[in-house]
Design a protein around this ligand. Structure first.
Ligand code: ADP
Ligand code: MG
Length: 726
């Protein structure tokens, strides 16, 4: 029996178990929400009033916290955690690799009389010192100077990691070297949020706003696959690379489109509900669940939050899904492209800016006055994307995302903006006449000389093909991949928009100084913005060949592979902007480039090694066993005096493919023996131009064999089984 038999039996069993088990959640979701976080309510209940206020001020306004206060917070936090069963705490951080890291320490401290007490000081809360030597620093530091510190981020609430055997207090932290350079993703994210706040407030002031701070908000929609865990364990590629390196196309793919938004299978729904409940407890506001386009593909999305907290919550969501899936006999695949020929997984990053009164700055609004402000912010984003196509492309570059971008299911590698007909029309009118007088779809719009128009809330139709779309009151960055942290796309956007907002502020301030009315200055700015940046707007089908041509004519960047895109991080304008706003100095930025390249090289290398292993130790032996069977049958038939013409043809085909497989696997292996001279970019190009094509042709032969070797001899679960049996 092939490896799938057991799995299929157990799947049948799972379905019945889930159906017959009674509901276990007695509590209301609203009671569960945040119950395992040291949230504002817990802080208010447990901290002295002045400490509580100081902490809240620090969170809301980014003021730094007095060290004497940290001791009091630490003690209250520890009491709260211990009451909830915690024995340990951890400084949780996000190294440059994109994963999360944690080192656990016990609260327990022995006393001279042979007992022990739970202790936790302000110092321990504020600063940790994990051994940083094995986290990549992108050349920022050598291993002998491995000091790295974690620093408490008071703006992201601590939470409890509860497992059946015990509970750990998790404290979100930033991770920096002893020189203060950022070794992680949170530090530059926080820095970029401070930068954008400054410039956005500067513009708001011109419009008479009293806002003190602006935060970026984000809501990431996560796509993922769930397959049975038994199948997963029988796929070396899924275990070690997160995606399948072999696998013939199933007879039925997603062409029937019967999965998207379809009813959710019981076992999957049980997984979703359990995951959501656990996420509620740690304060992650998950909102939406549904089936996605591909078979066995799903999506989960939260309600948007402050981008820093949302980024932490997104990491927690991925972690939670991986953790809960086995409980239901499932494996959660977060790779961008687990199955070739089937839709890949993205992570739509919905992004906007909000002032400290809670006003969404990308909301078209009800009054003309607001609209003028809106058009400036919207125009600033347009300019930011146009000027920073390379940076944005870099922020989503990875070996995994290369399988997805540009395929006919995901946005192309060309960055452009979808504005929708309505907004595009308004900007066009501004461009032509200096102001807009009508709205395309009739009705309320009237951008006269004195006032700008009232815009409809839904500023146009949807367009699923655009990598960066305006969707009513926010932008949606869709080229982000399922597997990646959203920190970098957020940072890239923040820096790009900060630079653009500063440009707008300078222009407006100049106009005012020259004695122009605000309205006149805005009009001038808007027509400039649209004239200089309109090439970035594209409302058509981004999947089409025409767009590839058109984008070329417009001079838009088109880095088809990540290897081409990595260098964008080092372009002078990018380096300048990152250092100007204090987000990353040139060394820190270079480190991100180095780490991205290194990750690329490691990923492709592991995949190629795996492909060799699977071909040599699984596929070839199966093919040879079958060959022996067919050969035996051919001679038996011949000996019996009958004609074995067709059987002989089968044999020849089989022998041909087996030989070809061997030749191709040897070729790939040889390519891998090639030593790079240590220059990572050169190495990456070699992987892209030599190794990946060799993997592709090897796969073709492997997949051809899959379609003729009998099921009971085939060593892996097939696409059909993994995607359709659930
Ligand atoms: P769709 O993508 O289908 O339009 P929604 O409109 O529900 O779906 O939004 C998707 C995501 O966008 C959700 O996570 C939602 O919270 C988030 N979102 C909505 N408004 C904002 C905003 N102002 N800033 C950031 N994210 C937002
Ligand atoms: Mg969406």
């Amino acid at each position: 029996m092939g490896s799938s038999g057991e799995a299929i039996r157990s799947i049948n069993h799972w379905d019945m178990t889930v159906r017959s088990s009674a509901a276990t959640t007695a509590k209301k979701a609203t009671e569960d929400f945040g119950s395992l976080t040291f949230n504002e309510e817990a802080q208010r209940a447990r901290l002295p009033k002045d400490v509580y206020r100081a902490l809240r001020r620090s969170i809301a306004q980014g003021e730094s916290l007095d060290p004497s206060i940290a001791d009091i917070v630490a003690s209250a936090l520890k009491d709260w955690a211990v009451e909830h069963g915690a024995t340990h705490y951890t400084h949780w951080f996000q190294p440059m690799t994109g994963i999360t890291a944690e080192k656990h320490d016990a609260f327990l401290n022995p006393t001279p009389d042979g007992r022990a007490v739970a202790e936790f000081s302000g110092k321990e809360l504020v600063k940790g010192e994990p051994d940083a030597s094995s986290f990549p620093s992108g050349g920022m530091r050598s291993t002998f100077e491995a000091r790295g510190y974690t620093a408490w981020d008071p703006t992201s609430p601590p939470w409890l990691l509860v497992t059946p055997q015990g509970t750990t207090l998790v404290i979100p932290t930033a991770f920096v070297s002893w020189t203060g350079e950022a070794l992680d993703k949170k530090t530059p994210l926080l820095r970029s949020m401070e930068a954008i706040s400054k410039q956005a407030v500067r513009i708001l002031r011109l419009f008479g706003s009293k806002a003190q701070r602006v935060v970026t908000t984000c809501g990431p929609e996560q796509e993922y696959f769930l397959i049975d865990r038994e199948f997963y364990f029988n796929r070396p590629d899924l275990i070690n690379a997160g995606r399948t390196l072999f696998g013939a196309k199933p007879p039925k793919g997603q062409e029937m489109e019967d999965h998207y938004f379809g009813s959710i299978p019981d076992r999957v729904l049980a997984f979703m509900m359990d995951t959501e409940r656990e996420l509620y407890k740690v304060g992650v506001p998950v909102k939406t669940r549904h089936n996605e386009v591909a078979p066995s593909q799903y999506e989960v999305a939260p309600i948007f939050e402050n981008a820093n907290v949302a980024t932490d919550h997104q990491m927690m969501t991925m972690e939670m899904m991986r953790r809960i899936a086995p409980k239901y006999g499932l494996a959660c695949l977060l790779h961008e492209k687990p199955f070739a020929g089937v839709n890949g997984s993205g992570k739509h990053l919905n992004w906007s800016m909000s002032d400290d009164f809670g006003n969404n700055l990308l909301n078209p609004g009800e009054t003309p006055h607001d609209n003028m402000q809106f058009l400036v912010f919207c125009g600033a984003v347009l300019r930011a994307v146009n000027k920073n196509q390379g940076l944005l492309r870099f922020s989503i570059a990875s070996a995994g995302n290369d399988h997805r971008l540009g395929a006919n299911e995901a946005p192309p590698a060309i960055i452009s903006v979808f504005l929708g007909d309505m907004l595009t029309d308004i900007f066009q009118q501004i461009e032509k006449a200096g102001s807009a007088k009508t709205t395309k779809q009739g009705g309320v719009l009237d951008i006269g000389v004195t006032v700008l128009p009232k815009l409809p809330r839904d500023a146009g139709d949807r367009n699923r093909t655009s990598p960066f779309a305006f969707t009513g009151n926010k932008f949606e960055f869709r080229a982000v991949s399922a597997n990646q942290s959203i920190a970098w796309p957020n940072i890239a956007l923040n820096v790009a928009v900060t630079e653009s907002l500063e440009y707008c502020a300078v222009e407006l301030e100049k106009g005012l100084k020259e004695g122009k009315k605000l309205q006149a200055a805005v009009k001038l700015l808007l027509s400039k913005l649209i004239k200089e940046n309109k090439r970035i707007i594209f409302n058509g089908n981004n999947y089409s060949d025409e767009w590839q041509k058109e984008a070329g004519k417009r001079g838009l960047l088109n880095h088809r592979t990540s290897v081409d895109a990595f260098g964008e991080a080092l372009k002078p304008d990018v380096v300048k902007a990152f250092s100007r706003y204090g987000v990353l100095n040139d060394r820190e930025l270079k480190a991100r480039y180095e780490v991205a390249l290194e990750q690329y090289n490691k990923t492709v290398n592991v995949e190629a090694q795996l492909a060799v292993l699977m071909a040599n130790r699984y596929i070839l032996p199966a093919a040879i066993r079958y060959q022996a069977e067919v050969a035996e049958s051919v001679s038996a038939v011949k000996a019996a005096g009958a004609n074995a013409k067709e059987a002989r043809r089968s044999l020849e085909e089989l022998v041909g493919l087996s030989e070809e497989l061997k030749v191709r696997v040897d070729h790939l292996q040889k390519l891998l023996e090639h030593e790079s001279n240590g220059e990572p970019l050169k190495h990456a190009k070699y992987f892209r131009d030599k190794v990946i094509p060799a993997m592709t042709t090897l796969r073709e032969t492997g997949d051809a064999l899959e379609s003729i070797v009998p099921h009971d001899l085939w060593p892996f679960p097939t696409y059909r089984e993994m995607l359709f049996i659930k």
